[in-house]
Write a protein that binds this ligand. Structure first.
Ligand code: BJW
Length: 246
């Protein structure tokens, strides 16, 4: 399943960047966005739920949709794909996970160097002052209010048309430009700027690989495309590059 040349590139790499998307959490029972039958956008309209305009139009609807998604994430556990990435970081000199996921499962699996490009669903921030509010009271008011400025709380995630957190994006760009190996795992590679990181990595000389059961628009441009679920391919890659010692 894993090309031997990819295994060698992993063994030789000084800095590995792994861009992850919703597919990495699919095996933890968190729905993806764009899978044809099971993706969230097959059932829900992103323009009504994942834009700042949607929140201003109907804050209660958006808050309640995210409350449902938050409960899915709260019940979820890391899968073998998350665990393999955390283990891989103990074998290679430097490994940075750049994730589009908001579920926190990489941290839960034990990954330490994680850049969350699209925020984290477990946090909220207030609409007016953008102050992060880690915990809040569920009251009759939906959405709840910021205890300090009394503006509405919203999920601390990045909606369409919003800028990504600048410091996080800067660090992701820097990591991509400096890595030897860039792995794109479980993402449809349709959402920018995240989908552009692989081009930056290539321009600065990195080898690139995709892990996804369905080849994406970027597959042909990669050095390797592994057509398999990440919960199988990442443990297989780890075992091939760094076999357990007995
Ligand atoms: C498996 C698997 C298994 C299944 N194993 N794999 C350039 C060109 C065109 C457009 C743009 C551009 N630059 C910017 C834009 C606009 C826009 C954009 O990209 N639009 C495109 C969709 C057309 N981008 C933005 O608006 C971004 N902001 C921005 O650019 O701001 C600029 C700005 C600057 C200054 C001032 C103002 C603005 C923001 C994007 C935010 C995206 N937000 C969401 C919601 C986050 C919160 C939430 O969770 O609700 O992020 S949308 C959604 O898509 C979510 C995801 O993180 C993101 C990416 O999705 P992902 O992870 O790739 O999931 P899927 O479902 O698409 O793919 C899953 C894959 O897994 C599939 O391929 C499966 O095959 C695979 N899979 N099982 C491995 N077991």
């Amino acid at each position: 399943m894993i090309p031997t040349t990819l295994v060698s590139a992993l063994r030789d790499a000084k800095l590995v960047v792994v861009l992850t998307g919703a597919g990495v959490s699919a095996e933890s029972n968190i729905p993806t966005f764009r899978d044809a039958m099971t993706g969230l956008w097959a059932r829900y309209d992103p323009q009504e739920l994942a834009t700042p305009e949607a929140f201003l139009r109907n804050p209660k609807l958006v808050w309640e949709w995210y409350a449902w998604r938050r409960s899915l994430c709260a019940d979820a556990k890391p899968n073998p794909g998350h665990e393999a990435l955390a283990a891989l970081a103990t074998h290679v000199p430097n490994l940075i996970v750049v994730t589009q996921n908001v579920d926190g499962l990489h941290h839960m699996a034990g990954s330490r160097r994680v850049l969350e490009l699209h925020g984290n669903i477990k946090r909220t921030k207030c609409l007016k002052e953008k102050r992060v509010v880690e915990s809040w009271c569920e009251t009759d008011q939906v959405p709840p209010r910021c205890p300090q400025c009394d503006s509405m709380l919203r999920p601390d995630v990045v909606w369409f048309g919003e800028p990504l957190p600048k410091d996080v994006l800067d660090r992701a760009n820097q990591a991509a430009a400096n890595c030897d190996l860039f792995l794109s795992v479980g993402t449809s590679s349709q959402v920018y700027p995240a989908a552009g990181l692989v081009y930056l990595a290539r321009r600065f000389g990195a080898k690139t690989a995709e892990i996804n059961p369905d080849a994406t628009v970027q597959a042909e441009e990669m050095d390797w495309a592994v057509a398999a679920p990440s919960g199988e391919a990442l443990p297989a890659l780890l075992a091939a590059a760094f076999p357990p010692k007995d």
